[in-house]
Every structure is written in structure tokens, then in C-alpha cells.
Design a protein around this ligand. Structure first.
Ligand SMILES: NC(=O)c1ccc[n+]([C@@H]2O[C@H](COP(=O)([O-])OP(=O)(O)OC[C@H]3O[C@@H](n4cnc5c(N)ncnc54)[C@H](OP(=O)(O)O)[C@@H]3O)[C@@H](O)[C@H]2O)c1
Length: 267
């Protein structure tokens, strides 16, 4: 089956206005997949849609939706309408705060959970259900190495990413027999505008070893049929990052806390 037949005719990219989401959309459009582009900022979405239509002759629609709001899922379904969605990508998911848990109002953490967990679950259920009926399609959850354990200054973020990883593993097992691919794409540091804003805010230099959004999109779509997990930059059989014993996990959290003092300070 061609890529377009397997994952087309439409893809929904949640978090498409920049960075890896934008790179996914560009890569999909180059393969002839029409795109529903979602993010909060309308202007970059419109510019991207114009670019994809002009360059690749695909159809694109945009929808300015805040995925952290409780009505996000209903608004996505409304925007998509009757279009047949063969691929859903949950790309939006960064931590906009980078602080300790108690240094943000709890509602901002609830927003992060709504975006990374609740809206993602609703979308996987909705689009995954239609894909199972058709016997084809894909769900791609963009994750983070933070999923492998909690750490200071990312308690809720890492928890949400761990949830998404387990969700993807379960859905992969359930949907594979029905022809639907599921992948959790765990990223390391990637050169997105959001990461650059974070580094600038913290007064930190841009590391030279960042992954590019293009490489992320390329790998994610290539590995989509080979779920449930792809760790960016790691071979499939490379030893993982998940310590199992209580002592190892304690050691890991302490080690990260020490290593991240330069970024977050002593809190
Ligand atoms: N960059 C890294 O170093 C890194 C490392 C590990 C994992 N990741 C993962 O890679 C993915 C992309 O990360 P990123 O650095 O590009 O940051 P991001 O904050 O996830 O932004 C990506 C896109 O999501 C959109 N977005 C964010 N919050 C949204 C909301 N509430 N509603 C709708 N759209 C929203 C942004 O557009 P708008 O602002 O226009 O809404 C943007 O287009 C995330 O899942 C992140 O966890 C990134």
C-alpha cells in the first residue's frame, strides 16, 4: 500500500504552526496527503497552508484551536467535518513553564494535562475508531525522553508523556490487528522555536547537537509502521532509559536534579 493510501487522504496535525509539527505537515504534503493544520496562532497556520497548496497541490484547512481547553476536541471534529482522516499526529506537547510544580498555579498544569492527555485521548478514540472501521491509518504521538521517569521541574510534563507512551503501547497492541499503526516518537532536544525561546529565557546557549524538525518528521513517518515506540537517535534494540528498581529510580531522579541545577537553579 502506498503511503497516501495507508495514511491519507487527510492528516490532522495538532500543533502545526512551527517546529516539528510544521515539518510533519511539509513532509506529508510532499507525499500528497491533505492536511488539517491546528494550533492557536492562525497566521503561521495560514502561511503554511498557502505554502503547501502552492508547492504540493494538496488541500489544506487551518483551525485555530487551543488544545488545552475543554472544547478542543469538539472544535477539532467540527473543523475536520466529513473528511477522511488516515493519520492523526499529536505534536503539541511541550512544557511552556519549566518550573517546579508548586511555582505555577495548578490550573496551568491542568491545562497541560488537558492538551497532552485528555484532548489526545479523545482524538485517538475518535480518529482511531474510524481508522479501525476502514482497516487502515495511523496515530502518532510525539513524546519526550522525559516519559521514562519523573524529574524536578517537569513533574506534570513527564507524567503526561509517560501516560502518552503507555497509551500508545496499548493502542498499538489493540489496533495493529485492524491495520492501524500507532507510534510514540520519543524526542530528545530538538531545534524548535519553542526550545529556542526557552533557552533564551534561561540565558543558555543553543547546544550544537540538537535534532532538526525535518529529521524528526522523517524518522517519525518512516517508523510509524514499526511501533509502538521509537526513541529518536537510538536504534530499536538499544538499551532503554527506564530503571526498574526503587533504588535505581531514586538515583536517577537525584542525578537529574543535580545536573539540572544550572538550568533551573536550586529550587
Ligand atoms: N523541542 C524539544 O527539545 C523537545 C524535546 C522533547 C520532546 N519534545 C516534544 O516535541 C513536541 C514539539 O515540541 P516543541 O518544542 O515544538 O513545543 P510545543 O510547545 O509542543 O509547540 C509545538 C506546536 O504546538 C502548538 N501548541 C502548543 N500548545 C498548544 C495549545 N495549547 N493548543 C494548540 N496548539 C498548541 C504550537 O503552536 P501555537 O503556539 O501556535 O499554539 C506549536 O505549533 C512536543 O510534544 C514536545 O513535548 C520537544
Amino acid at each position: 500500500m502506498s503511503f497516501l493510501a495507508k495514511y491519507g487522504p487527510w492528516a490532522v496535525v495538532a500543533g502545526a504552526s512551527e517546529g516539528t509539527g510544521q515539518a510533519f505537515a511539509r513532509r506529508l504534503a510532499a507525499d500528497g496527503v491533505n492536511c488539517v493544520l491546528i494550533a492557536r496562532r492562525e497566521a503561521p497556520l495560514t502561511a503554511l497552508a498557502d505554502e503547501l497548496r502552492a508547492r504540493h497541490g494538496v488541500d489544506c484547512i487551518t483551525a485555530s484551536i487551543d488544545l488545552a481547553k475543554s472544547d478542543a476536541f469538539d472544535r477539532i471534529v467540527e473543523a475536520v467535518g466529513e473528511r477522511e482522516v488516515g493519520l492523526f499526529i499529536a505534536n503539541a506537547g511541550g512544557d511552556p513553564h519549566g518550573t517546579t510544580f508548586l511555582d505555577q498555579p495548578v490550573d496551568s498544569w491542568i491545562d497541560l494535562i488537558t492538551r497532552n492527555v485528555t484532548t489526545a485521548v479523545r482524538c485517538c478514540h475518535h480518529f482511531g475508531g474510524k481508522m479501525r472501521e476502514r482497516g487502515t491509518g495511523g496515530l502518532l504521538l510525539v513524546g519526550s525522553g522525559a516519559c521514562y521517569g519523573g524529574a524536578n521541574n517537569m513533574a506534570v510534563y513527564s507524567g503526561s508523556k509517560a501516560f502518552d507512551m503507555c497509551l500508545a503501547e496499548g493502542l498499538w497492541a489493540e489496533l495493529k490487528p485492524h491495520g492501524v499503526d500507532v507510534l510514540y516518537l520519543s524526542l530528545g532536544r530538538t531545534d524548535t522555536p519553542e526550545l529556542r525561546r526557552f533557552l533564551t529565557e534561561k540565558g543558555l546557549p543553543v547546544p550544537s547537537d540538537l535534532a532538526t524538525p525535518e529529521a524528526v518528521a522523517e524518522l517519525g513517518l518512516e517508523r510509524l509502521p514499526h511501533g509502538p515506540i521509537q526513541n529518536f537517535g537510538q536504534a530499536d534494540d538499544e538499551v532503554g532509559r527506564l530503571p526498574q528498581s526503587a533504588a535505581q529510580r531514586r538515583q536517577r531522579v537525584e542525578m537529574i536534579a543535580q545536573a539540572s541545577q544550572a538550568i533551573y537553579g536550586k529550587k
